[in-house]
Design a binder for this molecule. Structure first.
Ligand SMILES: Cc1ncc(COP(=O)(O)O)c(C=O)c1O
Length: 328
């Protein structure tokens, strides 16, 4: 089965064409604390603890063919993350949704990567004030830019080369809960540079005992004895991961979340990663050893990838973007 060239379709199919917009918004729109602006004009104060201490939670939802995907589920996950790290979103769920819609609409994007965050924001200045989260001035920022693929069509079609990091483990959940999508990225970023050194294209991290946690910015899956499996802990509960469970059910493929040792990945029948920014991404080698006998993307991985895009473009879990002018 051929992999659907989703990026090429986004660039060429009329249903994906960017709508007319003000020229300053052509590259994307942002929201900074209390106002919209073109994405390249957006900035944050140095003093914001989100920048200063990576003290923030965020989420990313995608838009394709003019529809948000599982928007309410992304918003629900984000609200939970805010509670986990004790920041208060200055906006209600409805106001937040209105901002996300308007950023996409301002840029006229039919395919978008829509990112938003609430940071710890400005710290209180008084003595002993820093121990009270409610004394910080939490801040909201967001942006909508043209859709970003973690791997291009060719890479997804032939599968990417993955390494299991030897130098870095994923931060333990007790230190930073990965279920609250947050700015703590250094373990994943450094593992990515390790991949570069070892001739790989991407990295997956384990916990301290060698059980898989997650890949840099993505969930990890394996096909083992005809079952699609993914770690049950130590990772973000990805919305694409949830979609894979739904797709497996539709295709009649058993799937489950369980503890998976890194050694199982090296002998799996197929391996793939999932993320909003790229959907389902087949893996062709782990630590330099081919995953599939034929050396490319696995059959189940490609079937899941294709069904994902076919269903999305037919409106699955879709919320149409409100493109009509909303007033400022
Ligand atoms: C660390 C991490 N794990 C997993 C994912 C995948 O989550 P989702 O499918 O909701 O995009 C992401 C997405 O950015 C991530 O940053």
């Amino acid at each position: 089965m051929e992999l659907i060239r989703a990026h090429e379709i986004m660039l060429t199919h009329p249903k994906h064409q960017q709508l007319p917009c003000a020229p300053e918004y052509a590259f994307g729109a942002a929201y900074v604390a209390d106002h919209f602006c073109p994405v390249f004009e957006a900035s944050i104060p140095f003093y914001d603890a989100g920048f200063f201490h990576a003290d923030a939670v965020y989420d990313v939802v995608s838009v394709s063919r003019g529809m948000f995907f599982r928007l309410e589920e992304h918003q629900a996950r984000f609200a939970k993350a805010c509670d986990t790290i004790r920041v208060k979103n200055p906006f209600t769920r409805e106001q937040e949704a209105a901002i996300l819609h308007e950023m996409v609409a301002r840029a006229g994007l039919r395919d978008a990567y829509v990112w938003w965050t609430v940071t710890r924001g400005m710290p209180p200045m008084g003595r002993n004030e820093m121990v009270h989260p409610e004394k910080f001035e939490n801040r909201f920022y967001g942006m909508a830019v043209p859709f970003i693929f973690m791997f291009d069509d060719d890479q997804r079609a032939c599968g990417v080369d993955l390494i299991v990091s030897r130098n870095h483990i994923r931060i333990p959940s007790r230190s930073v809960d990965p279920r609250a999508k947050n700015f703590h990225w250094l373990d994943m970023q450094l593992a990515l540079f390790e991949a570069g050194k070892r001739g790989g294209e991407w990295a997956v991290l384990t916990d301290a005992d060698g059980f898989l946690a997650e890949a840099t910015g993505a969930n990890i899956f394996a096909v083992i004895q005809d079952e699609v499996v993914t770690p049950d802990a130590g990772c973000l509960e990805g919305i694409t991961r949830r979609s894979v469970f739904d797709l497996c059910e539709e295709l009649g493929i058993p799937s489950s979340a369980r503890k998976i040792h890194a050694d199982e990945l090296r002998t799996a029948d197929e391996v793939f990663m999932t993320t909003t920014a790229g959907s389902i991404m087949p893996v062709r080698s782990v630590d330099g050893k081919p995953v599939c006998e034929h050396g490319g993307a696995g059959e189940i991985s490609v079937r899941l990838h294709n069904l994902y895009w076919e269903k999305r473009w037919s409106g699955w879990h879709g919320t149409p973007v409100k493109y009509e002018p909303m007033g400022n």
